[in-house]
Ligand binder design. Structure first.
Ligand SMILES: [Zn+2]
Length: 280
């Protein structure tokens, strides 16, 4: 169906039957035909230039030395919708908290697994007529998105167990929060690579990068060393346990084989991939 944005007038295609509709141009949220008021945003703290500096200056293992001089080719600011919840744990009022969960089942890019979003430091959102980024549609119901906050609930249960208390989880839906990400592309040696930077805190979440010839050679050397080292440790452990050393060497060698295969694959590949860890 076609939705017309009451703020900027843009018409956009959206699947029917959703609770909220987000204008992809200005971020205005429509719910049951009315403009929805409780919308917040995490303001981007880094611009395009700073995002590229973070990505290209990261220097992962095996990347060419002159990677910071690669040519930026594209930068898109994406705002992903999160649902904001106020959560209380009866009968422990001190555990009251706000939490935010991704409101999309298929985000436009892969996020690190277990990525958790902050709920503090949001500010009220005002739509803008100038296009600052791409605003994405929520497609989950608040009930479904809340399930990804299991960690928050688990933490409260652990805390409560110290007091030998069982907690009852009650949440209320507080609104929609937009979270910014920079999706970047750059060129090096005539090939194209991508990167993803958290637009709110500026951290690097993902980086594809070219592997230098030297980087690949180092990867292979590391792989061989890991395999030999593991075999030697295996033999030593078998000796200490009174087993014939050959069986231990085979075991250690096998454990090292996985590392060898991974590093050999790394050495043969033309591109590397860095993944940022989940936020605590
Ligand atoms: Zn609009």
């Amino acid at each position: 169906m076609i939705v017309q944005c009451p703020y900027c007038g843009a018409r956009y295609e959206a699947p029917p039957g959703r609770r909220f509709y987000v204008c992809p141009y200005c971020g205005t949220v429509v719910s049951e035909g009315r403009t929805y008021e409780r919308v917040y945003i995490f303001k981007p703290s880094v611009d395009k230039t700073a995002a590229f500096r973070t990505a290209l200056g990261f220097r992962p293992v095996g990347a060419p030395e002159d990677l910071p001089a690669a040519s930026p080719t594209g930068a898109e600011l994406h705002f992903l919708p999160l649902y904001l919840y106020h959560v209380v744990f009866e009968p422990l009022p001190e555990l009251e908290t706000y939490a935010a969960a991704l409101a999309m089942s298929k985000p436009p890019f892969e996020l690190p697994s277990g990525y958790s979003f902050p709920a503090r430091w949001r500010t009220p959102f005002k739509p803008s007529l100038e296009r600052v980024g791409v605003f994405h549609q929520p497609d989950l119901e608040p009930e479904a998105a809340f399930r990804s906050l299991e960690e928050v609930v688990e933490e409260a249960r652990t805390y409560a167990s110290v007091f030998k208390t069982r907690v009852q989880v009650e949440w209320s839906f507080e609104g929609i929060v937009y979270y910014p990400f920079w999706a970047l592309t750059y060129q090096y040696g005539g090939r194209s690579y991508g990167a993803l930077v958290d637009g709110a805190d500026g951290s690097l979440l993902r980086l594809e990068y070219p592997l230098s010839r030297r980087g690949r050679a180092e990867g292979l050397a590391l792989g061989v060393a890991a395999a030999l080292g593991a075999a030697a440790v295996g033999a030593l452990a078998a000796f200490a346990l009174g087993l014939p050393p050959s069986s231990g060497a085979a075991g250690g060698g096998l454990a090292g084989l996985g590392a060898l295969l991974r590093l050999t694959a790394f050495a043969a590949a033309r591109r590397g991939r860095y993944e940022g860890g989940a936020r605590l």
